[in-house]
Design a protein around this ligand. Sequence first.
Ligand SMILES: CC(C)=CCC/C(C)=C/CC/C(C)=C/CC/C(C)=C/COP(=O)(O)OP(=O)(O)O
Ligand SMILES: O=P(O)(O)OC[C@@H](O)CO
Ligand SMILES: [Mg+2]
Length: 268
Amino acid sequence: MYCPSKRMMPRKSKPVIATALNDLHRNGMKGVALLIDPEKCGDAEALEHLVRLAAGHKVDFIFLGGSLIDDHNVDAIVQKIKGLAKKIPLVLFPGNVIQVTDKADGILFLSLISGRNPELLIGQQVTAAPLLEKSSLEVLPTGYMLVNDGQITSASYISQTIPLPNDKPALAVATALAGQFLGMQYFFLDAGSGAKVPVSKAVIRAVSKKVDRPLIVGGGIDSVEKARDAWEAGADLIVLGNGAEKNPGLLTEVIDLANVYNVSLNVN
Ligand SMILES: CC(C)=CCC/C(C)=C/CC/C(C)=C/CC/C(C)=C/COP(=O)(O)OP(=O)(O)O
Ligand SMILES: O=P(O)(O)OC[C@@H](O)CO
Ligand SMILES: [Mg+2]
């Protein structure tokens, strides 16, 4: 007889991150994630200030990751963030397998479906899978799509892929639908960190209309107006990286705006 208790599996705790993402989506609420790039954590004081601010304002998630990690410091950064923001789910957003650590709470298990680089469609995932099976990380199967106006960003350069064009929503929809039919649960439209032009409202609107799954949007959201545009177009969760790093006040303003939207929904 099959006896699950005999299997050598780590105890996986409740799917807190999946539940939170699905709740945002189902209830039409607006979420905010702060992205911390391990490559930019040199200034310990600035990092501490930003993480404390995020925790104090109850950001929905902290994402951790980057395209390029030159120093293998991910474990130490996770421990530091966890020490400062215990209650905020810390989700890995890895550019590659070396950024995987079981000290975080979860991982966006990304497949770069906007590109045609097999290493980022399935290669890194195969390398990471045995590590994830042994860990207690919550694994979030995510269709990751780079979408922008043609700007070369770290993510597009490092991945050696061409982003989907901002003015061709039908291509983005076809890509996201393919991801959905492959079983992906979450979708991430990313213009790339520091993008001058974020993912277009037309692309966000088209994807959110056709794909009934939690939708994460990031890249170049460096003002309250751009945050509002992304939410109004259909994003469930927006990601702030460079904008919050340069101006931590932006993070609190954007969370305040999310709260204005969310209280009016009167969920429950
Ligand atoms: C599932 C595992 C183990 C890995 C996934 C690997 C994939 C598919 C990666 C997608 C391509 C990629 C390089 C994504 C990086 C996304 C990311 C964390 C960007 C953060 O910003 P940076 O691109 O570092 O921006 P800066 O240029 O501002 O430093
Ligand atoms: O740094 P920014 O431009 O906010 O981008 C965040 C993230 O979506 C990049 O992958
Ligand atoms: Mg980086």
